[in-house]
Design a protein around this ligand. Sequence first.
Ligand code: PA5
Length: 425
Amino acid sequence: MELRLNKLITKEILSSYKEDVKRINKMINEKSGPGNDFLGWVDYPVNYDEEELERIKKDAKYVRDNFDILVVCGIGGSYLGAKSAIDALKGLKSDDKLVIIFMGQTFSPNYVAQVLDYLKGKKFAINVISKSGTTTETSISFRLLKELLESQVGKEAARKAIYATTDKARGALKTLCNKEGYATYVLPDDVGGRYSVFTPVGTFPLACAGVDVDEFLKGAREAREYVDNDDLDSNDCYKYAVTRDYLYRNKYPVEMYVTYEPQMSQISEWLKQLFGESEGKEKKGLLPGSVTFSTDLHSLGQFIQDGSPILFETIINILNPNKDVSIPSDPEDLDGLNYLTGKSLSYVNQKAFEGTLAAHEDTGNVPCNVIYIDRLNAKSLGYMYYFFMRACAMSAYLLDINPFNQPGVEVYKKNMFHLLGKKGY
Ligand code: PA5
């Protein structure tokens, strides 16, 4: 991964952050800052439980060989990592033999009813993921899925088709797993949901999708090695964190994540959750948004070019696609496209990127960071997730915020439980 910083960030600005970056990097490594009991993700790619990962690979092979569908049931950090990685690596029209569906991330009656109808009569397994084991969206969906599965295959066979990822000892889901004897994987105490993509929360669904999880973790390890360097001049991850901080303090309260691949739109969702839930506290923090170009150049593109000057862009540009299409010649050329004959769509997409970058930066005065990734694969994605997680911790600490809690999320829950008549609310 390579970062091209936006033009506003001078050497002097970077220099003014050097001491803070040193101090915070030390704090992250020594686990001494606010939320320090949730820094398990920092070393997880080297400290992970190897025996558990082997079991995950074996179980995933069993799922691939014996089922047609895997339903992954989780929300927030127990959902977005796997969803975003699977979309990015498999594409939006995957013809993989195992179909992966996500549920448990919504109360939507339409969505849930449609998924349940689709699963009727089909051979499916379930991976329920919840650290707390009590998240209402996930619990309701899991109850419905379990009931359907048991009614189709019986209680005994259902037990063998349910895989749970949760806390090692606590929570309602763990109690149920112990009682029913489901296969379980551990989301460690010191890793929060949105920092959990390298734990079984991510690796089990990814392995089921046929992704090489060893490569995924290898990418994370490489990023960890690269990032653990408190010299700002040679650390793109912390340069990115510092840039965000500088822009935030200089009248740019919105960061817009930009990709040119629709299969990366869930990566933008993951980024929005990571940064939004980590930083949006104490009336501080950048508001993360996202667009997929060129699609959204025909929608929010107008605002970005010409609207209120409140945002900067962070563009993730994939240099080489895994698949490409060449534009054919047409003898009549009625659509006037023959000037592109023989050119690939990736060439056109890159020109759209270059043209848009110049339009936004030079004409629109929109600050733009660009992150270049050579190609989407398990290793580069592992690298990317770790890079952003570490940048997020640095950014939040620069704002003096605990990146690892989410107190604001509880308010809606309390109100909802009261309205639903839950005991004690
Ligand atoms: O990042 C987080 O911690 C949250 O988004 C959680 O992952 C989310 O609320 C789901 O929680 P749980 O895994 O306990 O069901």
